[in-house]
Write a protein that binds this ligand. Structure first.
Ligand code: ADP
Ligand code: ZN
Length: 731
């Protein structure tokens, strides 16, 4: 751990970095009692008080009698030197101003105001004298987050009730009110509890990770293992050694919906719950997590990508589970890839990184080939479970009626599983009822009023929703364009429609649909998953939600409704994504001792990607992918940046793009090329028109400097927004 921070005596001029969008630090006087470098403070800025961090000695150079004093020192641990370095480097890499980086690092609710005691509410034992809708909602919220406590305001907001409803329940002892010190420490996790006895390949993998932890130095390992090989068991061993060494660990998961299952697993392994960090966690809990992480009192954090910006005191391990998952890339505000930032953070902290995946990203595969990452391969599934037999169903040969998506061959396979008392999964990566709604009177396809995507019908919710911007409207009866009533008709399948078809084809089967929007809460989802795992369904109809790590021991058949779905895009990553998704979905079949089968409905069984999926020749697939990317000079063999220009009028965005294209000298000097302007992959969002330019540079080129010189060298109109995306996901 680092030495004590520099201390500035009262009255000294210090620099303060604030979360306000200024491109520099501001000078303030240290308050009475002095202040530590890195301290979190409140400072006056104009008429307001804003959050900041003490950032070295003051710059001076102005009338010092005018310098204002720091108003308040916040009662949290000062930002460590290592965290400051992380924010600086991550900001340089992503071309993000430091004020925006600091905002990522101060996402703790209530940071600026921290009383020491507070009233919190949790579920009591008594029954209410009578139930009302409002009371039911309060109890449902408390049950959902069992074990967590809420402030009055949080509980009222979450349940959508007034404070008096809660007070009424308190009077009857249905809800307990407690006066607790704010931010209780977490219960201790016990790394010495025994884990499951490991198989030979698991224990040798665990041993390699343990050595890394013991070294106390930075290192990254790609833990590649087929689904069900026990990667989670293995990296929990690494977590155990890290905790035993007294250092903190962070496990990043791509999907909040998965965290419930994972947290239970952690609790079983270490005897206590880990701290949680994601958008579904209550404000009280987030504030507690932030503070306890900073004090080293939270030993293990399970979280979403933003957990990387928590103020860890002594971080020894970061696990990035499903490291290939595209949700690790944040495409809003600060554009960063949590997988890459995890490596940066660990390298500064002297920590180990474990990138776990059954189907790694091409980037990580290449880094392992190049020796930058250590690589562990786990090829066997745990126990007697074997990988499923994979086969294509050639849709050109199948007799299909219109409006039907389950082929006769697939139906026969499902029938056989039902007869054998086993489960089948029908996989379609499309939420909702139908991807397109067309008016049979005027021919119009209903589009999102806010952006350029087509609205998707969600019949269960009786709404049209935009999967691009989130806009949602009640399902209309009349066409929004021609106003004719009763002529709207669904085109193409979504999971809800597939469920409808399955219900007709398999009238006696118990069918469960797993799609993120069908569950009001993560608890409801968890319950559905448990019901399925315990044999409560014969057929599961699901989106990619099921591809991610749920264990269904009775599942032996996976039917992929449209294996070609991901291949149509012009995106360079289309092949990689389809390969990963198909292999992962197939991996759902045939876990515990039952051999599985995966059937892929496809119109192009000879497509190279489909062939690679079927043969499972992963090494060959990655080699071929790497080769074609290398030839095109595409990442990871070249570097790219995306520039998104958005304006309320498309002409403005295009004109700015053209101006940038004409002034590309800074790029050319660095050996980089610029393409565009062209309509962005998401061309209109919330009323803003978006235009994209792509910069491509050779591997060693100073991309960030070239891009920043370039965009700063052109005067852009005020009514234009510019966002820079280093390493864009789609290109
Ligand atoms: P992965 O993360 O590679 O998909 P998991 O760690 O989730 O694999 O393991 C798959 C299943 O096998 C889980 O239900 C897990 O509990 C079980 N399992 C794996 N290894 C062992 C072991 N050594 N002993 C007992 N059960 C194991
Ligand atoms: Zn939209």
């Amino acid at each position: 751990m680092a030495d004590r921070p520099t201390f500035y005596p009262a009255g000294t001029l210090v620099s303060v970095l604030t979360t306000q969008p200024l491109d520099r630090t501001l000078d303030y006087r240290a308050p009475e009692g002095g202040i530590a470098d890195g301290a979190f403070v409140m400072v006056p800025l104009g008429p307001r008080q804003v959050i900041g961090v003490v950032w070295g000695v003051g710059q001076g150079g102005f009338d010092l009698s005018k310098a204002r004093a720091i108003s308040k020192v916040l009662p949290v641990a000062p930002m460590r030197e290592e965290m400051r370095e992380f924010l600086l480097r991550a900001g340089d890499y992503t071309l993000t101003p430091m004020s925006a980086m600091l905002r990522l690092a101060t996402r703790a609710p209530g940071l600026s105001d921290q009383p020491s005691m507070q009233k919190v509410y949790r579920l009591g034992e008594a029954e209410p004298d009578r139930m009302t809708d409002a009371r039911t909602r309060v109890i449902a919220v408390l049950e959902e987050f069992a074990g967590l406590s809420f402030t009055l305001k949080e509980l009222a907001e979450n349940a959508g009730v007034s404070a008096s409803v809660i007070k009424g329940l308190v009077a009857q002892n249905v809800v307990w009110e407690e006066n607790t010190p704010r931010d209780l420490p977490y219960p201790r996790l016990d790394p010495d509890l025994p884990g499951k006895p490991l198989t030979e390949s698991q224990s040798s993998a665990a041993e390699i990770l343990r050595k890394g932890i013991q070294s106390g130095a930075y290192g990254t390992t790609l833990l590649r293992g087929v689904t069900g090989s026990g990667k989670t068991e293995v990296y929990l061993e690494a977590v155990a050694s890290c905790l035993a060494k007294g250092r903190q660990a962070l496990v990043l998961l791509p999907e909040i919906a998965l965290s419930a299952e994972f947290l239970t697993r952690v609790e079983k392994r270490f005897g206590a719950r880990a701290a949680e960090w994601h958008s579904g966690v209550t404000m009280t809990e987030r504030r507690r997590a932030w503070k306890m992480v900073g004090e080293g009192e939270a030993q293990l954090v399970v979280g979403a990508r933003s957990a990387l910006f928590l103020p860890f005191r002594d971080l020894g391990l970061i696990v990035v589970d499903e490291e290939h998952d595209s949700s690790y890339k944040q495409e809003d505000g600060v554009h960063y890839n949590a997988r890459d930032m995890a490596v940066l953070r660990a390298s500064l902290a002297g920590a180990q990184v474990v990138l776990a995946s059954a189907t790694p990203s091409l980037e990580s595969w290449v880094n392992a080939q190049a020796g930058k990452y250590q690589r562990i391969d786990m090829t066997d599934r745990f126990g007697a479970a074997v990988l499923p037999n994979m086969k294509a169903l050639d849709m050109r040969q199948e007799e299909m009626a219109s409006g039907q998506w389950i082929s006769p061959s697939l139906k026969a396979a499902v029938d056989a599983r039902i007869a054998a008392g086993e489960q089948s999964l029908l996989f379609l990566n499309r939420r909702g009822y139908a991807p397109v709604t067309i008016c049979r009177a005027c021919g119009d396809q209903i589009e999102c009023p806010q952006c350029d995507a087509r609205m998707v019908e969600h019949r269960f919710l009786k709404r049209l929703m935009c999967h691009q911007c989130g806009e949602s409207i009640p399902m209309p009866e009349a066409c929004p364009k021609c106003e004719v009533v009763g002529k709207l008709s669904a085109v193409g399948p979504g999971v809800e429609r597939l469920t409808e078809e399955a219900t007709t084809l398999f009238p006696d089967a118990r069918i469960a649909t797993l799609s993120s929007d069908l569950f009001a809460s993560s608890r409801a989802l968890k319950q559905a998953v448990e019901t399925i795992a315990n044999g409560g369904a014969d057929i599961v109809v699901g989106t990619q939600l099921v591809a991610k790590g749920h264990n269904f021991p009775l599942l032996t058949l996976v039917g992929v409704i449209d294996a070609d779905l991901g291949l149509h895009g012009s995106d360079m990553r289309a092949a990689e994504r389809t390969f990963q998704l198909m292999r992962q979905v197939a991996g759902r079949a045939g876990r515990a001792d039952r051999p599985g089968e995966a059937l892929l409905q496809t119109f192009q069984p000879e497509h190279p990607v489909i062939r690679a999926i079927l043969s499972g020749e992963e090494e060959e697939f990655w080699n071929a992918e790497a080769e074609s990317r290398a030839q095109a000079g595409m990442p990871p063999f070249g570097r790219m940046a995306g520039i998104i220009l958005s304006a309320e009028k498309p002409e403005i965005a295009f004109a700015a793009g053209a101006e940038l294209a004409r002034n590309d000298a800074p790029l050319r000097r660095a050996g980089a090329m610029v393409y565009g302007p062209a309509a962005a992959p998401i061309a209109r969002i919330r009323g803003w028109h978006r235009v994209r330019m792509l910069v491509k540079a050779p591997k060693g080129a100073p991309l960030q400097r070239a891009v920043s010189d370039w965009v700063n060298g052109v005067r852009l109109p005020k009514n234009l927004r510019l966002a820079i995306d280093i390493d864009p996901q789609s290109f």
